[in-house]
Design a protein around this ligand. Sequence first.
Ligand SMILES: Nc1ncnc2c1ncn2[C@@H]1O[C@H](COP(=O)(O)OP(=O)(O)OP(=O)(O)O)[C@@H](O)[C@H]1O
Length: 268
Amino acid sequence: MTASDSDSAAIVLENVSFRFDREPILEAIDLVIPPGAFTVIVGPNGGGKTTLLHLILGLYHPNAGSVRVFGDKPGRHPERIGYVPQHGNLAPGFPATVEQVVLMGLPHGRRHGPGFHVDERERARQALDRTGILELAQRPFGSLSGGQRQRVLIARALITEPELLLLDEPFSNIDPYGRACIHETLEDLGGTLTRVMVSHDLGITRQAVSQVLAVNRWLVSGEGPSITEEMLALMYGQHGADCPMGHVALNAHLPSQAASASQGRDAP
Ligand SMILES: Nc1ncnc2c1ncn2[C@@H]1O[C@H](COP(=O)(O)OP(=O)(O)OP(=O)(O)O)[C@@H](O)[C@H]1O
């Protein structure tokens, strides 16, 4: 990484560590995400993926190291960031149309401003168009499928036209076809939009993914959409002969402290 890569990056973490009380959650994390990249974060339950997103959002502060978002402290530019949280889904019976749910993504003051009916509704339609579901605008939110609802929540995060979109497991409870559709939507959003998505789906083979990050207290990054043995070792440790993945001597490529730590983490 050169100094200019880091200067122009959307997100930079340098030697970041984070604890809850005394429990180390993330350690020595170095990361550079360039603008426009599509980054996928994988890892076991409890590995620290959501915590990493929260550090980028400025909801948590690192115990050591630094986090920069658009060259600034996290949290300084909320209007430049769209966020689809892990448990952000609305109850299926939520009494609102799709368009109304998308309008909820606007900052509070702007939802009730004088231009609400013209300007903001047009923005909601544009966000729905970007996620490929404009024709659903007037449908009750509760009448949609899980995959359609997830796309509405992505549109809600896009209504402010952010430069960075963070998604925490948008594929929960979505079938493989729905996952493929959402993935395609995220690919199509490309251009200047930087996308960072937490996912448990290891079948990330789509070419549009710029890099995969494996997170399990430490971070191992790769290039392109591949999951390397080093990443698998960080996530799941070394498996015995009775394990379906037992033939892979995964720890061979790991820094020793990360290899031993991976033994102690939850398997998914
Ligand atoms: N508010 C909190 N207080 C204390 N510990 C927490 C808190 N939030 C999370 N943790 C712990 O931090 C660790 C990392 O949690 P995190 O939610 O970042 O993991 P994750 O990789 O996103 O997991 P999952 O895949 O299950 O969503 C876990 O051990 C969790 O129990």
